[in-house]
Design a protein around this ligand. Sequence first.
Ligand SMILES: Nc1ncnc2c1ncn2[C@@H]1O[C@H](COP(=O)(O)OP(=O)(O)O)[C@@H](O)[C@H]1O
Ligand SMILES: [Mg+2]
Length: 320
Amino acid sequence: MRDAELIVNEETDNGSGPMIIAQNLVKIYKTRDIEVLALQGLDLTVERGELMAIIGNSGSGKSTFLNMLGGLDTPSAGKLFVDGSNLFDMTGRQKELYKKKTVGFVWQNNARNLFPYLSAIENVMTPMLLTKEKNRRERAEQLLDIVGMSHRKTSRLGELSGGEQQRVAIAIALANNPKLLLADEPTGSVDKDTADKIFDIFRKLSTEMGVTVVIVTHDVRLSKKVNRVVAIRDGRISSERILREQYKDVFTADNISWGNEETQDEYVILDRAGRLQIPEKLLKKLELKDNKVTVGYEDGTLTIRNPNAAAEEKEPDITE
Ligand SMILES: Nc1ncnc2c1ncn2[C@@H]1O[C@H](COP(=O)(O)OP(=O)(O)O)[C@@H](O)[C@H]1O
Ligand SMILES: [Mg+2]
């Protein structure tokens, strides 16, 4: 695997390199009596304009990673480049600019970036006060149109449903025209129809406007509709599913029951040291008694065996 700095130096100067390159990211949270390893050497590259999802059990490090991408947290070790810039090499001023201009953030609980006593359009205009956006009202109206909320632009936020507020929150995240949109469980507290609407907005942003979209989600149904889903296990990418070629152009097709179709191919990810995380359902089949396996190579295939099972097979049966 090539070094992140090399890739960035060679490719990103002209804006063509990957949007995100994370290499060997480590995060240790130290509290008074314990240390938590939230990220344990996470590697991930995300291309420009990609629409991708991150899944994983609670506590696997998804939010830690997203917060780092958003410039809200720093790692204990590792490298992180976004849009060609080293996130951990920025001055305070550069970091502030990055948070204002390059990246937009949507949370499950959007109370953090909304003002309930202001109208929808005033909420969308607020972040533009921080930049020199000239046509604030016009731009806010366009954004509310993109998220399908024009008809409620003068309603106070407090008067809107959870799903409607979430759509306004997406418009706010887009106010400063970010290249990268991060969403941490954005459909976690809305119903299925609203989740679909929100997802459609993300899809349009990626396909029609070239925004790179990274969504952390528990929603298996939605995760089947993205180009790529990476699974995080114990602070590291364990597997990846990639949308099959025949589904690439059918995002909008109505005749696909996204719930049942196998839309993606699944891969297990090898890290830089050659380690991989074997899917639990496969590991169970080996019925291991301890943590040792034998690894072999036969006919172009690597094999992983339970050493005890192999020994039993080889032993001559003396009763015969
Ligand atoms: N500020 C913090 N202080 C201490 N531990 C934390 C902090 N934030 C997260 N953690 C721990 O780091 C691990 C990963 O958390 P998180 O990234 O929130 O996981 P996820 O979003 O996948 O549920 C968890 O064990 C969590 O308890
Ligand atoms: Mg989380």
